[in-house]
Ligand binder design. Structure first.
Ligand code: GDP
Ligand code: MN
Length: 383
C-alpha cells in the first residue's frame, strides 16, 4: 500500500522522524481556518500519489488567510499527471537551509536493505542519478546488522552533507530505519530531508510503501486503508474479494493465476490492444467468482470487449465453463467476450461453451488467437 504524503508523515511521527504537523482539507473554504491555526507562512500541498507536485504547481507557500483559501481553490481539482487532487495538506512552512535526500528500500538481488543518501535533494532523484551519480551514496545493510548510528555517520559524511547537518541527520536516519523495519515498509523516501537554520533535520516530504503482507500485525494501518481513494472499479473488486487492478485500456481481462493474468496483458498489448485491468480469479474459479469478475468489468466505462483466459489445473475447465454459463445468466454483459480454455478438461469446457456460442461469445483455442479476436472486437465496438 502506497501512502499519501500526510499518511507518510503520520507514519514517520510514530517512529520519531521529525515532521511538521498539519491538517487535511477537502474544501477550499476550510483552508482559511486551518491555515490560521497553523500560522504563517504556511504551505498548501496537493495530496496525490505522484512525485513532482512542486513543479506541477501543486505546492504553494501562503502568507495570509486569503492566500491560503486562494491556493487551496487553485490546487483542489487540479490534475497532476493524471491524478485529480481531492485533498490538500496544510502545514506550517519550514525555513530551508539545505535540501537533502534519504531513502531505504529493499534490494532483492542483494538480499539486503539499501540506504541512499544525497546532498542533492529537492530535485528528482532519478535526475541526480542520471546527471551526477556520484552524488548519491548507496550503502547496503545486512538485515541482521541493521543500521548503527556509526554507519549512519559514515554515510552522511561520505555524502558530504554540510557539517552541521551530519550528526542530526545520522540520528534521523536511524529513526527512519526504525520506521522502515518496525513499520514493515518496503520503501521510505524523504525528498527533501531538510536542514533548518536552527540546525535541525526535518522530513519535508514523505513517500512510504507499506508491505501489505505485514498488515495483520498493524491494526493502525486500517486508518490509512480507509482513507485510500480507490477508483469505483477497485472498490467494488475489493468488496467482492477479487484480485483486481484497474488500468486504462479497452480489453477487460479475466485469468486464473497472477502469472497467467500478467501474460494475458502482455499478449493483448503484443497484438496491438490495451488491457482495461488485471484480474486474477485465483484458484477454484466457480460461478460466483466469475459473476463477480464480470460485474466489476461491466462497470468499467472504457471496456469494449473481455478476454477470459483460463488454464485448468486443479480448477477443471468444464467447471469453469459451467460457472461462466451460470454467471452469464446473472450478469448482462455490455460487451462481447472471447474465452480461451486450456488444460484439465479443456475439451469438455469448450463443448459446454460452444452450446452458447454467438457473436457475443466466442471460443478460441489459443491465447494469441483469443487476444487477437478480443482486440478486434474492441476496435469494432469503439466505432
Ligand atoms: P514534490 O514536488 O511532490 O516532491 O513535493 P515536496 O513536498 O518535496 O515539495 C517540493 C518542494 O517544495 C520542496 O523541495 C521545497 O523546495 C518546496 N517546499 C515544500 N514545503 C516547503 C516549506 O515548508 N517551506 C519552503 N520554503 N519550501 C517548501
Ligand atoms: Mn518531494
Amino acid at each position: 500500500m502506497d501512502l499519501f504524503e500526510y499518511q507518510g508523515k503520520d507514519f514517520f511521527a510514530r517512529y520519531g522522524v521529525p515532521t511538521s504537523s498539519g491538517s487535511i482539507v477537502r474544501n477550499a473554504a476550510d483552508a482559511g481556518d486551518v491555515a490560521d491555526s497553523t500560522g504563517y507562512p504556511a504551505v498548501v500541498k496537493a495530496q496525490v500519489q505522484v512525485g513532482g507536485r512542486g513543479k506541477a504547481g501543486g505546492i504553494k507557500l501562503v502568507g495570509s488567510r486569503e492566500e491560503a483559501v486562494r491556493a487551496a481553490g487553485e490546487i483542489l481539482g487540479m490534475n497532476i499527471k493524471g491524478h485529480v487532487v481531492r485533498k490538500i495538506w496544510i502545514e506550517r512552512a519550514s525555513d530551508i537551509e539545505r535540501e537533502y535526500y534519504a531513502s531505504f528500500t529493499l534490494d532483492r538481488g542483494e538480499k539486503k536493505y539499501l540506504l541512499m543518501v544525497s546532498a542533492k535533494g529537492g530535485m528528482e532523484i532519478e535526475e541526480v542519478a542520471a546527471s551526477d551519480p556520484g552524488a548519491i551514496v548507496r550503502r547496503h545493510l545486512d538485515p541482521i546488522d541493521g543500521l548503527s548510528v556509526e554507519v549512519a555517520r559514515q554515510v552522511v559524511e561520505e555524502a558530504q552533507l554540510d557539517e552541521v547537518a551530519r550528526e542530526p541527520a545520522a540520528q534521523v536516519l536511524v529513526k527512519l530505519f526504525d520506521a522502515f523495519i518496525q513499520g514493515d515498509a518496503d520503501l521510505v523516501e524523504v525528498n527533501p530531508l531538510i536542514l533548518r537554520p536552527d540546525g535541525s533535520i526535518h522530513a519535508l516530504d514523505a513517500k512510504v510503501t507499506l508491505d501489505d503482507n505485514a498488515g495483520y500485525r498493524h491494526p493502525e494501518w486500517e486508518a490509512y486503508r480507509a482513507d485510500m481513494e480507490l477508483d469505483g472499479r477497485e472498490a467494488l473488486a475489493r468488496e467482492r474479494g477479487l484480485n483486481y487492478i484497474g488500468l486504462d485500456g479497452t480489453v477487460g481481462i479475466i485469468a486464473n493465476g497472477a502469472g497467467l493474468a500478467m501474460a494475458t496483458l502482455d499478449v493483448v498489448s503484443q497484438v496491438g490492444g490495451s488491457a482495461a485491468n488485471f484480474l486474477d480469479l485465483g484458484g477454484g474459479a466457480g460461478a460466483s467468482t466469475m459473476a463477480n469478475a464480470l460485474e466489476v468489468i461491466n462497470t468499467d466505462e472504457k471496456v469494449r470487449s473481455v478476454l477470459v483466459n483460463v488454464f485448468g489445473g486443479i480448477t477443471r475447465c468444464d467447471e469453469v465453463a459451467k460457472g461462466m454459463v451460470e454467471a452469464l445468466g446473472k450478469v448482462e454483459l455490455k460487451f462481447p467476450m472471447v474465452v480461451r480454455l486450456d488444460g484439465t478438461n479443456a475439451a469438455e469446457g469448450r463443448a459446454i461453451l460452444r452450446e452458447h456460442e454467438s457473436e457475443r461469445l466466442v471460443v478460441e483455442g489459443t491465447m494469441v488467437g483469443a487476444a487477437k479476436v478480443a482486440v478486434e472486437m474492441a476496435g469494432k465496438e469503439a466505432k
